[in-house]
Design a protein around this ligand. Structure first.
Ligand code: PLP
Length: 374
């Protein structure tokens, strides 16, 4: 059945078309320009497929294992290169789920699995994250929701939109629940590397045979336009099935994406790029945190990772109304209303995706609207 539209996508499209001056809702680290890679790109590279391997450029897969810490438990044959994490999630969910199958999803969380569940006719079972507990996953509830009909447990870790990181002890409980019924765990780990509290995100692909970790060069490195990501899993059958589906969607990898991502993940480059993204990200999150602290109508749990957090709006208007007014003149600033995450009184605040000037302008404009609504 057709993929249903949803609030996240509609807000996104409306805002993009409105061409706002400023933005306080995005999650990308600053993108390096193409010229940073030209010196290491072969100008004679044929723009046909590389012909090297249907799983993706082997040197890129090796770099993924090393840069993202999967090497100690996974091999190069456990990595499939995809068109971003989004395609990796799509391949896994579409191959594992059928009509009537149950899919456990963390909420608030990444909206893609819910959209795909609706398209497939699978039954979503939502596990709550509560604001009072710092958006911790309700693991007792998750254990209750997992049944013999559960095929997949999806978590976004670190979480979009709250910035919460679930630790290894929680992951072990999720694994025990999944293993009890033979379910897979799909962990979207796209914000790995942007942890602020010293807690590293557990890698589900290294912890569980039916675990799948997805990621990409989009967030930490700001290279979203390359459309290059991956899934890592020791479940070779699932990986082979994902390749069959990819053959019937994007067919092969984006050659330029693979080549540039391979360069970006070379050890001599990756460390410096991560340091830069982290330094900028931390400064921006500090700014956002000070902003929220100074606004009586906002409160949030400072994100433990990534450039996003979910702030409660304590005003007699809905987050939808607030976001619509903020997007219109004279404010012309984009913020995603929490309706996109079934949290209608929250705003998704983000410190990435735009220049510091646009970000600061967005904060000023939001402060003006908050004052006008008070
Ligand atoms: C949690 C999460 N997963 C996946 C994606 C898609 O990213 P990619 O560019 O790797 O497809 C995003 C992008 O915003 C995201 O936030």
């Amino acid at each position: 059945m057709p993929v249903p539209s949803n609030s996240f996508w509609e807000q996104w499209l409306t805002a993009h078309r409105a061409k706002p001056d400023a933005c306080v809702t995005l999650s990308l680290s600053p993108p390096p320009p193409l010229q940073d890679f030209l010196g290491e790109l072969d100008p004679c590279l044929p723009l046909d497929w590389s012909g090297e391997d249907y799983q993706g450029l082997p040197s890129l897969r090796e770099n993924v294992l090393d840069c993202y810490g999967y090497r100690f438990a996974c091999s190069v044959d456990d990595v499939l290169i995809t068109a971003g994490s989004q395609e990796a999630n799509y391949l896994v969910l579409t191959q594992l789920l059928g009509p009537g199958d149950e899919l456990v999803i963390d909420t608030p969380g990444w909206q893609q699995p819910l959209v795909l569940a609706r398209q497939i006719g699978a039954v979503p079972r939502l596990v709550s994250r509560s604001e009072e507990s710092g958006w911790a996953l309700d693991i007792d509830q998750l254990e209750e929701l997992v049944t013999s009909r559960t095929k997949v447990i999806f978590i976004c870790n670190p979480n979009n939109p709250t910035g919460r990181v679930e630790d290894a002890a929680t992951l072990h409980r999720i694994i025990a629940a999944a293993d009890r019924v033979g379910a897979h765990i799909l962990s979207d780990e796209i914000y790995r590397g942007l942890e602020w509290m010293g807690k590293e995100t557990p890698r589900v692909a290294t912890m569980y045979d039916r675990g799948v970790s997805t990621g990409s060069v989009s967030k930490l490195l700001g290279l979203q336009g390359l459309r290059t990501g991956w899934m890592v899993t020791r479940d070779r059958k699932l990986l082979a099935e994902a390749m069959v589906l990819r053959e019937n969607t994007s067919e092969i990898m984006n050659v330029m994406g693979e080549r540039i991502a391979e360069i970006a993940l070379r050890p001599e480059r990756f460390g410096g790029a991560v340091e830069r993204s982290r330094a900028i990200g931390r400064t921006r999150i500090d700014l956002l945190d000070r902003f929220v602290a100074g606004q009586p109508a906002l409160r949030w749990n400072r994100p433990a990772a990534g450039l996003l957090g979910l702030a409660h709006l304590d005003l007699p208007i809905t987050a939808d109304n607030f976001a619509e007014t903020l997007l219109a003149a004279p404010y012309r600033t984009f913020v995603i209303s929490g309706t996109a995450y079934a949290c209608p009184q929250h705003l998704r605040l983000g410190a990435g995706g735009v220049s510091l000037t646009e970000f600061k302008l967005g904060l000023e404009r939001m402060a003006q609207l908050l004052a006008a609504c008070a």
